[in-house]
Design a protein around this ligand. Structure first.
Ligand code: PMP
Length: 413
């Protein structure tokens, strides 16, 4: 029976994650690095084991039972992903390795065909490096222009910048949720702004798709990318969503097996969507594992997961705000903050904070979080970051607080 303030049954959920039983330095693990990757439930681990134990074969090729079963499961997962984000059809779901590969695919395949000299690409200062570097390279190659939307002091996008930059734009690519500041950007509004200037809207959903209900049809973005490993799925499987008409117009990214229809001596033609963009043997276990992860998330409900994280963040912000000398970055309103809190303890390097927390079995990340432009904004080399998911609870926030107090004690700050 859930207590009144509980949105989901965390105790029950924890039982599905064997790794959360681990002890580190004799203490029960508190895993708070979910923005980097999440843990995997038994259901996902078993689905992968079942694939290798019972129907491992290469997909799309064989006409024998194992190959047909593997293909069916893999393609069922694709349909599940499509439904999960409300895509129009499975044809709009391309399996890739991760968000980084998906963004590179867009910059290479769409970008090289459509970006010309002096065209403008807009990104934001909040981006993960994977939504910066591919555009920098494209812009250099094509003699195009790269512009940025900056940040306000409290870690929001400075939307006024949008109106100051030269138009028209060809691309506006932005993150849905910041992996450092936790900021939830108003994506529908940003997509509309992009479309009004004639630009395509690309959303980095790496930190949103795992944590809240997503409806790509309603948001109306042209592309969205996300990573399976950040949503209870295995490593090495990610998703590129794109509107069908764009995928039809674009040329392939990687070429070779699987992605062709006909091959002749000097010419080839391309496979149907989505396989036109999936060259070579795919990550079948990854696809199957991701499908199972989505089943797990759907059983709990994405709206409830979001509510749970909102409560955790509210509670954590209240508790951590009481600690003297703790600098917290990003917005303070849980309504516009995902389950990510970046902070620094005054006078202590973030790596020392993370090391001491590890001695207390509180596992957080420290560093630039692949968001060096965010570090520049706040003029710090690094931040410590605690990030939550559906299996975290209030007790763990208390453990985080006590471990931070220990850091202050050890460093006498
Ligand atoms: N974008 C954001 C916002 C992220 O948080 C991450 C992962 N930290 C990525 C992109 C890249 O994800 P991956 O490493 O799975 O490609």
């Amino acid at each position: 029976m859930l207590k009144e303030y509980e949105v989901i049954d965390v105790k029950k959920i924890k039982n599905d994650f064997p790794i959360l039983n681990r002890k580190i330095n004799g203490k029960q693990i508190v895993y708070l690095d979910n923005a980097a990757t999440t843990q995997k439930p038994l259901q996902v681990i078993k689905a992968i084991e079942n694939y290798y134990m019972n129907f491992n074969a290469n997909v799309h090729r064989g006409v024998y039972t194992l190959a047909e079963e593997a293909t069916m499961e893999y393609e069922e997962s694709r349909k599940r992903v499509a439904k999960f984000i409300n895509a129009r059809s499975y044809e709009e779901i391309i399996f890739v390795r991760n968000s980084t590969e998906a963004l590179n695919l867009i910059a290479y395949a769409w970008g090289r065909k459509n970006i010309n000299e002096n065209d403008r690409i807009l990104i934001t200062q909040m981006e993960h490096h994977s939504n910066i570097v591919p555009w920098q390279i494209l812009v250099k190659e094509k003699k195009a222009k790269l512009d940025y939307i900056g940040l306000t002091e409290d870690g929001l996008l400075n939307q006024e910048d949008f109106y100051k930059i030269d138009k028209p734009l060809k691309v506006f690519s932005f993150t849905h949720v910041s992996n450092t500041l936790g900021t939830i950007n108003p994506v529908s509004k940003l997509v509309k702004m992009a479309h009004e200037t004639g630009a395509l809207a690309i959303i980095d959903g790496a930190q949103s798709v795992p944590h809240m209900p997503i409806n790509v049809k309603e948001i109306d973005c042209d592309f969205m990318v996300f990573s399976g490993h950040k949503m209870l799925g295995p490593m090495g499987i990610g998703v590129l969503y794109a509107k069908k008409e764009i995928l039809e117009e674009m040329d392939p990214f990687l070429t070779g097996g699987e992605m062709i229809k006909e091959v002749d001596f000097y010419e080839s033609t391309w496979n149907e969507l989505p396989w036109k963009y999936e060259a070579g043997t795919p990550n079948v276990e990854g696809g199957i594992g991701l499908g199972e992860a989505i089943k797990y998330l759907e059983n709990i409900g994405m709206d409830r997961i979001r509510e749970h994280e909102k409560k955790l963040v509210k509670e954590a912000l209240e508790i951590l705000s009481e600690i003297k000398g703790l600098q917290i970055y990003g917005p303070r309103e849980p309504e516009i903050k995902g389950g990510v809190i970046a902070f620094n303890v005054e006078g202590v390097h973030a790596h020392d904070v993370a090391s001491i927390l590890d001695q207390e079995a509180v596992e957080i990340r420290a560093g630039h979080h692949c968001a060096k432009l965010v570090m520049k904004k706040y003029n710090v080399p690094a931040m410590a970051r605690a990030s939550f998911y559906l299996y975290n609870d209030s007790e763990e926030i208390q453990r985080l607080k006590e471990a931070i107090l220990l850091v202050k004690k050890i460093f006498n700050v």
